[in-house]
Design a protein around this ligand. Structure first.
Ligand code: GSH
Length: 245
């Protein structure tokens, strides 16, 4: 576990000393957007057109944020259009690595790198920040499109429809307010909530996080007692993957 500072690797755990023992998530640094014709998306300046074979996804099977990009790749029929490399599931002093001595760990299919951090420094040699998965890489421009899973799945939802003919919509207009509301609570109290509780280094910080986490699990359970999925009877972005059924 570590981070890049001006392109150099530092092996260090999350520094919670300045924040009263609280884990604080840094925002993802690469926020470009793929669109059907390369026009600008909700973030970024554009220049990332949907094309078969152009983009590559780096994931860890040990990472739930990465999972959702793999789920969307499958749901949207993008398996033949977007290639994937999976890191080794252990994230230790070198961060994510491309060692292949684990079932499903593919190595780096694009560059043959040893460490995931090299993908970040290839995109931006002086980059600072955490080296996270997932990463969506653009083979044409030789850079990272995005390392923010919530945005990668939104791109996958629509950008490649013209190429695949798959128009299934997991963020339908009519349900957006409800999806946004559910996503917001789940992100803050569950997805990031487990980090807030798990990486807290003071009892107070842990106590702050653990109540909302279990309240939200009960809230989710309540919805799923009534509906098959979190937004009703069909799968949408917040899938209801926690459903016991
Ligand atoms: N905002 C990112 C968060 C991704 C994330 O935190 N990934 C974790 C693995 S589950 C990671 O790579 N952590 C490495 C680190 O923080 O050093 C996203 O949703 O894409």
């Amino acid at each position: 576990m570590g981070y890049l500072e001006n392109g150099n690797w530092n092996d260090g755990w999350y520094d919670t000393a300045k924040t009263g023992g609280r884990f604080e998530r840094s925002t993802a640094g690469f926020r470009n957007w793929i669109t059907a014709d390369g026009s600008a998306g909700p973030t970024g300046d554009g220049g990332f057109e949907a094309e078969a074979g152009r983009y590559h996804l780096y994931v860890s099977y040990a990472c739930p944020w990465a999972h959702r990009t793999l789920i969307f790749r499958a749901l949207k029929g993008l398996g033949d259009l977007i290639t994937v490399s999976a890191v080794h599931p252990d994230m230790l002093s070198e961060g994510w690595t491309f060692s292949t001595d684990f079932d499903g760990a593919t190595g780096d299919d694009l560059f043959g790198f040893d460490y995931l951090r090299e993908v970040y420094t290839k995109a931006a040699p002086g980059v600072s920040g955490r080296v996270t998965v997932p990463i969506l890489w653009d083979k044409k421009r030789g850079t990272i499109v995005s390392n923010e899973s919530s945005e990668i799945i939104r791109m996958f939802n629509t950008a490649f429809n013209g190429l695949t003919g798959n128009t299934d919509d997991y963020y339908p207009e009519a349900l957006r307010p409800r999806i946004d509301e559910i996503n917001d609570r789940i992100y803050k109290t569950v997805n990031n909530g487990v980090y807030l509780a798990g990486f807290a280094t003071t009892q107070a910080a842990y106590d702050e996080a653990i109540g909302p986490l279990f309240d939200s699990l009960d809230w989710i359970e309540g919805i799923l007692e009534q509906n098959r999925y979190l937004t009703g009877d069909r799968i949408t972005e917040p899938t209801g993957a926690c459903s016991p059924r």
